[in-house]
Design a protein around this ligand. Structure first.
Ligand SMILES: Cc1cc2nc3c(=O)[nH]c(=O)nc-3n(C[C@H](O)[C@H](O)[C@H](O)COP(=O)(O)OP(=O)(O)OC[C@H]3O[C@@H](n4cnc5c(N)ncnc54)[C@H](O)[C@@H]3O)c2cc1C
Length: 379
């Protein structure tokens, strides 16, 4: 990680200890800022899914100094296999590394990624308070007075809102923004033992519901599937999730069929309706700024939401190190991030729409491939 010190601020509060918030805390603390990190979850957990890590996401984690650990504890794959939904092999896709010295692509279990980031937060001696959020933000020229939900107070030069799709910081400080909007699709995921011989990511096309498999550890994968979201499908019991996932996969062959036949009630199964929104500018006000899903919430279609959150954190710290004052740094951060994040959010929404309309899988594949190619450009 580049280590120019940040002189424009001394104290920062990061609200939200997820992927973007931890990346921001690490990036700021590594450049000499005194950072406090808070998270609403008293146990600071993350749910048991796997996550796909694209080349640009791996590059962002290399900036944080976490690439080797992710590669060692996740799974690195070079390329993807395309199948017809019934398991007929159609094509192998090579996915070259986007930069020398980087693996091509991969995956990791979310709890493992979370732990690796938490270890770095702790190694930097960043104070973390859990079960807490912000209740009020009052700004003057010199800084931001924060009132916490436990009654505590603090004064900071910078408050970073990394509290995700239902951001409280956004609600408190950015009245021109609004909640993320449902896209009409839902994502099913199951985390399960790795099918024998699976050595690349897999995609299954030609069914009305696209699906895929990502390796996340030497012995683990997750399977994802996208279906139209129906309003009644918001809450499922564990038994219903298991039964629906099996039924959803009824027509599938290959490793998707293998997973269907071996799934048990003990495997982690989840359904989540998708929502997305690129928030209107500005993304900063005085000493308050947003990063990650709070401001560029996207769907999984490009598997790039986590990468965008980490990139935004890195760019924020970089611009704070370059600028003499916070306002100029935050304006430069927003300028560098807006078009790139807009591309991800808008392309992801467009791909989902095309899938809902039953669009040609080749067109879907081209949209995704072209977008990932654009994201290979330096951030
Ligand atoms: C179904 C699905 C699959 C996905 N798959 C992928 C994938 O394969 N690859 C990929 O790159 N991206 C994927 N994403 C997107 C990715 O998960 C997000 O873009 C990423 O986690 C955003 O990081 P974040 O830090 O903004 O939010 P999060 O990682 O969600 O972290 C937010 C944190 O803020 C905390 N918090 C929430 N509210 C408050 C509050 N009021 N006060 C304090 N703390 C609060 C939460 O407890 C949490 O710890 C997927 C998303 C979905 C929905």
């Amino acid at each position: 990680m580049s280590r120019e010190r940040i002189e424009s601020i001394a104290r920062a509060l990061v609200v939200g200890g997820g992927i973007g918030g931890m990346a921001a805390a690490i990036s700021l603390a590594a450049r000499g800022v005194s950072v406090d990190l808070i998270d609403l979850d008293p146990d600071w957990r993350v749910y048991g899914a796997g996550i796909t890590i694209t080349g640009p996401t791996l590059r962002a984690y290399r900036h944080l100094g976490l690439l080797d650990r992710i590669a060692a504890q996740g799974a690195i794959t070079n390329g993807a296999r395309i199948f017809r939904y019934d398991g007929v092999h159609l094509q192998d896709l090579d996915e070259p590394a986007i930069e020398e010295g980087l693996p091509a692509t991969g995956g990791i279990m979310r709890p493992v990624l979370h732990r690796l980031m938490q270890e770095r937060v702790r190694a930097l001696a960043i104070p973390v308070r859990l079960g807490v959020t912000v209740d009020a933000l009052d700004q003057d020229k010199g800084g931001v007075d924060v009132t916490f939900s436990d009654g505590g107070r603090g004064r900071y030069d910078l408050v970073v809102g990394a509290d995700s799709i239902y951001s409280r910081v956004r609600d408190l400080a950015f009245t021109h923004m609004g909640p993320a909007e449902p896209t009409g699709q839902g994502c099913w995921r199951v985390s399960i033992a790795r099918p024998p011989g699976l050595d690349r990511g897999e995609f299954y096309f030609g069914h009305r519901w696209p699906a895929g498999i990502t390796a996340c550890a030497p012995d683990m994968v997750y399977l994802w599937m996208l279906t139209p979201h129906e309003r009644r499908d918001r809450h499922f019991t564990d038994d219903q999730l298991f039964a629906r996932m099996k039924t959803n996969l009824a027509d599938f062959g290959g490793n998707a069929g293998w997973i269907r036949d071996r799934m048990t009630r003990d495997d982690w199964i989840n359904y989540r309706p998708l929502a997305a929104r690129l928030q209107p500018r500005p993304w900063h006000d005085g000493g308050v700024v947003l990063i990650g899903d709070a401001v560029h919430a996207t769907t999984p279609h490009l598997a790039s939401g986590a990468g965008m959150a980490v990139e935004s954190a890195i760019v924020l710290a970089h611009e704070l190190a370059r600028a003499d004052d916070v306002g100029a740094a935050l304006a430069a951060y927003e300028e560098r991030r807006y078009d790139r994040c807009r591309d991800v959010v808008e392309t992801s929404i467009a791909v989902g729409r095309l899938q809902l309309e039953g669009g040609d899988p080749a067109e879907v594949g081209a949209m995704i491939g072209n977008a990932l190619h654009r994201l290979a450009a330096p951030f």
